[in-house]
Design a protein around this ligand. Structure first.
Ligand code: ATP
Length: 439
């Protein structure tokens, strides 16, 4: 059997739209640039990803979760450096008005959109933060920003969490939430958008131990991507080496081989005490940690950050899962080979015919299964067509109810990957699925 994996991002874009994973935002109005809506299957997949991250990161002794607000005091962004420094140099093509990041193109080459030569403006700074105003009066005092990263909500709550949860170093604070960046060159579907979701953790450590923390978290984070099903040969490390942000003392990215090439999916950065010291300075508050294990010594911890884009990881998961078996042949089938814990639909329940006794039996099984699993009830078309449709959305198991079911109280369970079918007693079905899924 020959298999084909994804070659072109458009294969994922079109499956996403036709099968209800991701739609263009405001589509009936012609769409809004680089904004996307998750449909019924997309939101399930995304929630499953967030759930797998949350459990991996916070169901442990040394990490707590929070959910900070998107709008924060404007001083936060002064302190973090985003007001003054969060900008990408950009150039415009004077011929076609396309805008590019100056660091991403060859400024001496012709414009890649309209092919005009020497048409670029001088690079200009462009702040990536979205501004809005708070309250009824719009003046400079009311300006607030949509957060461009979730991390700052963690730094500002560092002592709240440490004290209320009685944490000792090293410990981490994790959160999942929306971030907004007015990206100059968004695109490649959900790879780079202006509104996206981040899953970030800041791990607070005693200064001097940050490299041990780096080693530990590099391993944990890489393994998470493998556990979610990404192929090892499509993952690699990028070491920032000496090209570091001014506040960092080491930085690594986990890159994935997308159809558009290798690119960053997660950053693991050692940020020193830069953020806490800036917030201490700007807020006038003492943010020191009191180390009771070391003679009540007071100091600002160092921070090791792990930051992964939920949407970008989801895109990698979709690209990695996409498989065309026997391409071009009669037996061709498209299968989304999601790991079962990520699959949007866990079980499809299918009465063989629309006849009432079969539907009654099927609905009873559905009612039982969906107490635990997201299921789909599918009665449209031939069984073969229904299997193909479930393959395309990555449903691990299909349960078929036929006339024999009414006699022997058993159903046929079909496995997505092997396509094998087994006859299982209805009373055994829950246990059978529990053993298969492991949850
Ligand atoms: P890039 O170089 O791609 O702009 P970055 O280095 O600015 O990314 P970070 O600030 O380190 O990214 O953000 C951490 C993670 O958040 C990234 O690895 C990525 O997965 C995600 N991310 C950042 N910007 C976007 C965006 N515009 N759209 C979707 N995800 C994003």
């Amino acid at each position: 059997m020959s298999n084909k994996s994804v070659e072109d991002m458009n294969e994922i874009v079109s499956l996403s739209k036709s099968r209800g994973f991701i739609f263009q935002s405001s589509e009936i109005y012609g769409g809004l640039g680089s904004c996307w809506d998750y449909g019924p299957l997309g939101v399930e997949l995304k929630n499953n990803i967030k759930d797998s991250w949350w459990k991996a990161m916070t169901y442990r002794e040394d990490v707590e979760g929070i959910d900070a607000s998107i709008l924060m005091h404007p001083q936060v962004w002064k302190a973090s450096g985003h007001v003054d420094g969060f900008s990408d140099p950009m150039v415009d093509c004077k011929e076609c008005n396309s805008r590019f990041r100056a660091d991403k193109i060859d400024l001496n080459a012709p414009c890649e959109k309209c092919k005009a030569k020497d048409s670029f403006t001088e690079p200009r700074e462009f702040n990536l933060m979205f501004e809005t105003s708070m309250g009824p009066v719009k003046d400079s005092a009311s300006v607030v920003y949509l957060r461009p990263e979730t991390a700052q909500g963690i730094f500002t709550n560092f002592l709240n969490v440490q004290k209320t949860m009685r944490k000792k170093l090293p410990f981490g604070i994790a959160q999942i939430g929306k971030a907004f960046r007015n990206e100059i060159t968004p695109g490649n579907f959900i790879f780079r958008t202006r509104e996206f979701e981040q899953m970030e953790m800041q791990y607070f450590v005693t200064p001097g131990t940050q490299m041990d923390a780096m080693e530990k978290w590099k391993e944990i984070r890489f393994q998470w991507h493998l556990d979610n099903g990404l192929d090892a040969d499509k993952l690699r490390w990028h070491d920032h080496g000496t090209e570091l942000a001014h506040y960092a003392d080491a930085a690594f990215d986990i890159e994935y081989k997308f159809p558009i090439g290798w690119d960053e999916m997660e950053g693991i950065h050692s940020r020193t005490d830069f953020d806490l010291s800036r917030h201490a300075e700007h807020s006038g508050k003492n943010l020191n940690y009191v180390d009771v294990q070391d003679g009540n010594k007071k100091y600002l911890p160092y921070v090791l950050e792990t930051s992964v884009g939920c949407d970008r990881h989801l895109l990698a998961i979709m690209c990695n899962a996409y498989t065309v078996e026997n391409p071009g042949e009669k037996e061709e089938r498209v299968v989304m080979k999601f790991k079962p814990h990520l699959a949007p639909i866990k079980v499809a329940v299918m009465p063989l015919m629309k006849k009432e006794p079969l539907q009654d039996a099927a609905r009873l099984i559905l009612a039982n299964l969906q107490k635990k699993y997201k299921c789909e009830y599918d009665i449209a078309g031939s069984i073969g067509k229904r299997y193909r449709r479930q393959d395309e959305i990555g449903t691990p198991y299909c349960v078929t109810i036929d006339y024999d079911t009414l006699e022997d109280n058993a159903v046929t369970v079909r496995d997505r990957d092997s396509m094998t079918q087994e006859r299982i007693a209805i009373t055994e079905l829950q246990t059978y699925l529990l053993n298969k899924f492991g949850f």
